[in-house]
Design a protein around this ligand. Structure first.
Ligand SMILES: *Cc1c(COP(=O)(O)O)cnc(C)c1O
Length: 374
């Protein structure tokens, strides 16, 4: 019998969340009389911890898949995905172009070195690229000044038969916050003005809040790049996933291993950071930071035991954590526990208590936790 912890992955929730995004984009486009964007479903980092194969199944209605690990791209092809695949960081060395070619991948190009490698590559077919602009985040991309020359260079490679379509892409730093996207969008519009090709600018936050900027025209295809919202978590600190009609695709479950009856004045766990003020029952859950549960989630972090909402008490240990059983007087060893997901708190609520974001928790679920597809 393995430890009772597991992460259930629900491909129907992935499918549902994609349809929520699809509907939002279609309505926005219909409202402005434009063309609705295509969707690159972002499945980097093992599909945010959900598993590449589960994502390929759940996102079969997406127009494309996007990630940054070439092995994950190959796994998509092996899982039967025949549509476009975008490498968000492009290729890392010239040998990678064999894989780009063989598996028919679309690649981001964000450096001159990548253009040089494309110029020298022996390819069996044209490679579609998305040329990336650094519009202010200062992570990846050509500066506004060097974007035009990079585009011209890509066009030369296109004329020589090396490249297929040349798209234009950027990434927003503050789409989830009060600063919004207008400053970076103005930089993007100015730097790409008059340059033909597909456009891709929106992550989840921009897709949900600023879908109007992704509406295409008869001659320009837009692609949005949502990630986190497709897994049923929120990109926003001020709006939860449920408010958009999104459903959690991962549920982290475990069980009570033991119950302790403690007296007023008794402490719980390492460092004795929680002390009971009255007699109470404590449940010990088979889940710890070695499973990927955040150690910084302290007393008060929400958790559900036997279907009843309660809270963590004390410090999270490597393999266990403790919970307050006062709201669940009947709970005994074996009682079901939901750490986050369906029937429990949202991953975002747990993350907030740990000083982080749902993205990090989903990606950090440890390999030792069994993944179950439901
Ligand atoms: C991760 C990533 C996305 C998706 O971001 P979410 O916030 O998860 O929607 C989109 N584009 C790029 C370039 C990314 O790296």
């Amino acid at each position: 019998m393995p430890r009772p912890i597991s992460a259930s992955i629900d491909p129907a929730a992935l499918r549902h969340n994609l349809s929520v995004v699809r509907r939002h984009l279609d309505q926005t486009a219909a409202g402005s009389g434009g063309v609705a964007p295509s969707i690159w479903a972002v499945i980097k980092a093992n599909a945010y911890g959900h598993g590449i194969e589960q994502a390929v199944a759940g996102f079969s209605d997406a127009q494309g898949l996007a990630m940054l690990d070439l092995n994950e791209a190959v796994r998509c092809r092996e899982a039967g995905w025949g549509g476009p695949i975008l490498l968000l960081e492009g290729f890392f060395e010239s040998d990678d172009l064999d894989i780009v070619d063989r598996y028919h991948l679309t690649t981001t190009v964000h450096t001159r070195e990548q253009l040089d490698m494309l110029a020298h590559a022996r390819l069996s077919r044209r490679v579609d690229i998305m040329l990336k602009l650094n519009s202010g985040m200062n992570r990846l991309g050509f500066t506004a000044d060097s974007f035009g020359p990079a585009y011209a260079r890509a066009q030369q490679l296109q004329e020589r038969g090396a490249l297929g379509s040349i798209g234009k892409m950027t990434h927003f730093a503050c789409a989830d916050g009060p600063q919004g996207v207008s400053g970076q969008l103005a930089v993007f519009d100015a730097a790409t003005q008059g340059l033909a090709g597909p456009v891709s600018v929106c992550n989840s936050a921009a897709t949900l809040r600023y879908a109007e900027i992704a509406v295409g025209t008869a001659d320009t295809t837009h692609w949005v790049r949502p990630g986190i919202c497709l897994y049923g978590a929120s990109p926003f600190a001020d709006a939860d996933a449920a408010s958009f009609g999104l459903r959690p695709a991962m549920t982290l479950r475990s069980e009570l291993l033991a119950v302790q009856d403690i007296a007023a004045g008794d402490a719980v766990g390492y460092g004795a950071t929680f002390t009971a003020t009255a007699p109470m029952r404590i449940g010990v859950v088979a889940c710890g930071y070695a499973d990927g549960y955040p150690r910084h989630a302290g007393t008060g972090t929400p958790v559900t035991v036997g279907g009843v909402a309660t809270r963590l008490v004390g410090r999270v240990s490597m393999d266990m954590l403790m919970v307050d059983l006062d709201p669940v007087p009947g709970a005994a060893p074996g009682a079901p526990v939901v750490l986050w997901g369906e029937g429990g708190p949202s991953v975002d609520a747990v993350a907030t208590h740990a000083g982080t974001i749902g993205y990090e928790l989903l990606c950090a679920v440890a390999p030792r936790v069994r993944r179950q597809v439901v």
